[in-house]
Design a protein around this ligand. Structure first.
Ligand SMILES: *[C@@H]1O[C@H](CO)[C@@H](O)[C@H](O)[C@H]1NC(C)=O
Ligand SMILES: *[C@@H]1O[C@H](CO)[C@@H](O)[C@H](O)[C@H]1NC(C)=O
Length: 217
């Protein structure tokens, strides 16, 4: 009897372990194409009736088109998440194309719900991420055409074009809706603003520096 209880407890512990690792819920059916017309609120998006599902629900066209990099970052990310491709709903995966002008950056940011694996299609990128507190180690290197680099879930990361021409990368993310938190925009561009006193102390600078940063985001 005692053995049964112990085995049951181990089983329960393992189940919770598996649940904790399966970050997005595993599908309970072949697919659950997002129904953008439904007003129901669920974790994810409501499924279309399977009888009305068509091939185009699993299709997106346009990643051959370069993104417009004429902006202060010198980069552009073109997402293919569940918002662009409804068939991704409940599947725990998505994709982006990233374009970089020479010396363009994809500024430090994090995806709250996804690990990202990126491959260079054209050019050379410096890529990097910073480990969490207290070490805050910068892990960085240059990657070239055909190289693959992974940004672990939740960690702050960036890319910079260090080649002589434009650079292009394709990345996959382990969420249908990975989300983006761009550090500068989030900290200095929130609406309403985080109090300048808080940011001056947090960044150990004069409040006038914070005021200046807040006008930029
Ligand atoms: C790219 O973006 C810039 C700035 O918004 C704009 O002036 C320009 O017309 C755009 N170029 C193309 C090809 O869309
Ligand atoms: C730079 O890129 C980030 C991430 O894509 C974006 O959130 C931000 O608005 C961009 N900033 C500018 C000034 O274009």
């Amino acid at each position: 009897m005692a053995n049964h209880i112990i085995i049951s407890l181990i089983f329960v512990a393992l189940s919770f372990g598996l649940l904790a690792f399966a970050f997005e819920p595993s599908p309970l059916q072949d697919f659950c194409v997002a129904d953008s017309t439904s007003s129901a609120r669920v974790n994810g998006l409501v499924c279309k009736h399977p009888a009305s599902v068509v091939a185009d629900d699993f299709f997106f066209s346009g990643l051959h088109v370069p993104g417009n990099t004429s902006n202060p970052n010198g980069s552009r990310v073109t997402p293919v998440t569940v918002a662009q491709l409804p068939g991704l709903n409940s599947l725990g995966i998505s994709m982006v194309r990233a374009d970089y002008a020479p010396w363009g950056i994809n500024p430090p940011h994090t995806h709250p719900r996804a690990t990202e694996i990126l491959t260079v299609i054209e050019g050379s990128l410096q890529v990097g991420f910073v480990t969490s507190n207290p070490d805050n180690n910068l892990i960085t290197r240059t990657i070239n055409k055909g190289d693959v680099f992974v940004f672990p879930m939740g960690l702050v990361h960036f890319q910079r074009n260090v080649g002589t021409g434009n650079a292009v990368a394709i990345a996959a993310l382990s969420s249908q809706n990975p989300g983006v938190i761009t550090i500068a925009n989030t900290v200095f561009g929130s609406d309403p603003s985080v109090s300048g006193d808080i940011l001056a102390k947090a960044f150990q600078v004069d409040k006038s520096v914070v005021d200046q940063l807040q006008t930029k985001f």
